[in-house]
Ligand binder design. Structure first.
Ligand code: HEM
Length: 491
């Protein structure tokens, strides 16, 4: 073969290769990912994203990213490529398309601690089954007939123990209330009992692990939490064995009087392992969140004397009319009359943002408003960013319960908004949302009727991103019974 022939063959092969590559490249459309940066290899931008900041703000990281890239941006978080959304419409779209385009996807560390049967991890039919059990247990009917009475009882138990003019941690008291209540309804544990206190201690260690770095090494919070998890499960399993024996002897609880453990054992087809994870995750979901929400109300209210005054008037009026009819315990109708309190509850949740963002992943390639979200990418709808968006909520950093008052165009009370997603949305809407609102309202009722309180020292809620008060929220409470008849005495 001559040199010129060889050169010709070489050139035509190169040309053919270029044409093939160009064709392949043309065939595969380039993705229009949202703007953003991926940060460092593996770590991405996780450290900046998780840096603590005041809970009534969206934090420096979000502010900077939204200013630079807009409300939907790409990043690399928790070791995965991610799309972060501070966009109300996109957040709703994500939650409404659960199971179709997106799916819950918490980091492995959380899954390791909560268990593979936890409702916060499950998808599909198994999620539906677990959710139905929880919803049945937390149903509207049960709230009215069983839970309301007990929420009031446990509120009074805590408030009655407060010593006049003493300083104490409000967050510890709120946790005592929500833990005692949920432990009673899940496992029939009585407050103050040795085993209730033991379980509470294990829970504190467990919680620290849920929110710590997932380092399974001796001495780490994560390793200790895994140990606590197995202690808690052992504790619940022993209870199950006791209940099985009792049921065989025909001494089971009466229908309607069962706790969740009884109910799950008798009316579901769940295995022991599944029941254990169900109880563990409901104890977790139902106690931390509500207690932080109550602490946030205790924190916000003294900063807004007008709200405090209007709240007191509402509850004094309810108390007065109850005394007139000789009724002692609060009823569902009393709860419904707490209209301004409902506004305070909403405003506390909007401004405090107990659950700031959710973990999802795209299970299909998704296109939204011209952006491509590739299948498998993490998707984080940031609920807090919507609640604190000045375009959606006027002066969003102000505690203003009146924003929830008034009637909307269709004539119903405007105590909700499309953009208010404190309890998530779609098929995973918080199963305990009604219970937690009831807990907050009843706690506020007895608190405001019986105590004047002030904040002691400087403390503020921080987002770690879970919300907490670094100094435990110290308050000093003065009993109002010195000045008028206390409702604590009558109930
Ligand atoms: C102020 C208090 C509370 C807040 C702000 C809150 C918030 C939330 C949010 C945002 C979700 C959605 C999670 C997701 O989609 O990834 C959720 C789910 C859930 N919450 Fe709550 N929650 C509260 C209280 C409670 C209580 C008291 C209980 C139970 C006793 C509870 C039980 C649950 C359960 C079981 C789920 C999972 C629902 C599912 O996946 O189908 N929560 N909560």
């Amino acid at each position: 073969m001559s040199d010129s022939h060889l050169t010709f063959c070489l050139l035509s092969s190169i040309l053919a290769l270029i044409l093939i590559f160009t064709f392949i490249k043309r065939k595969k459309p380039t993705l229009n990912l949202p703007p953003g940066q991926m940060g460092w290899p593996f770590l991405g931008e996780t450290i900046g994203y998780l840096k603590p900041y005041p809970a009534i703000t969206i934090g420096h990281f979000m502010e900077k990213h939204i200013a630079r890239y807009g409300t939907i941006y790409k990043s690399n978080l928790f070791g995965e490529p991610a799309i972060v959304s501070a966009d109300a419409g996109f957040n709703r779209f994500i939650l409404q398309n659960e199971g179709k385009l997106f799916e819950i996807s918490y980091p492995k560390s959380v899954r390791g601690i909560l268990g593979k049967w936890s409702m916060l991890v499950l998808v599909g039919d198994m999620h539906r089954e677990m959710r139905n059990i929880s919803l049945n247990f937390l149903s509207h009917a049960r709230l009215r007939t069983h839970l309301l009475k007990d929420v009031e009882k446990h509120t009074l138990l805590v408030l009655n123990s407060w010593k006049d003019n003493c300083t104490f941690s409000a967050i510890a008291e709120a946790k005592k209330f929500t833990f005692n209540f949920i432990a009673k309804h899940m496992l029939s544990l009585d407050p103050g009992n040795h085993e209730t206190e033991q379980l509470k201690r294990e829970y504190v260690t467990f919680m620290k692990g849920v929110i710590s770095a997932p380092l399974n090494l001796p001495g780490t919070a994560y390793r200790k939490a895994l140990k606590s998890r197995s202690n808690i499960l052992k504790f619940i399993e022993e209870k199950m064995e006791g209940r099985s024996k009792r049921n065989q002897e025909g001494k089971g609880s009466l229908e309607g009087e069962e706790d969740l453990l009884d109910w799950a054992m008798m009316h579901s087809n769940l295995s022991t392992e599944q029941i254990l994870d169900l109880i563990l995750s409901l104890l977790f979901a139902g106690h931390e969140t509500s207690s932080i929400a109550i602490a946030l109300a205790i924190y916000f209210l003294p900063g807004c004397p007008r709200a405090m005054q209007q709240l007191r008037e509402e509850h004094v009026e309810i108390d007065r009319s109850k005394k007139q009819t000789g009724e002692v315990e609060l009823t569902w109708d009393d709860y419904k009359r707490m209209e301004f309190t409902h506004c305070v509850v909403n405003e506390t949740l909007r401004l405090g943002n107990v659950v700031r963002y959710l973990h999802r992943k795209a299970i299909k390639d998704v296109r939204y408003k011209g952006y491509d979200i590739p299948c498998g990418w993490k998707v984080l709808p940031v609920l807090a960013a919507v609640h604190l968006d000045p375009a959606l909520f006027d002066q969003p950093q102000q505690f203003n319960p009146w924003r929830w008052q008034g009637k909307n165009k269709s004539g119903s009370w405007q105590n909700t908004s499309n953009n208010f997603m404190a309890f998530g949305g779609g098929i995973r809407l918080c199963a305990g949302s009604e219970l937690s609102k009831l807990e907050m309202a009843l706690f506020i009722h007895h608190l405001i009727l019986n105590y004047h309180w002030e904040l002691v020292g400087t403390d503020q809620p921080l987002a770690y991103p879970f919300v907490d008060f670094p100094k435990g929220l110290s308050i000093k409470a003065e009993a109002l019974s010195k000045y008028h008849n206390s409702s604590l005495e009558t109930t």
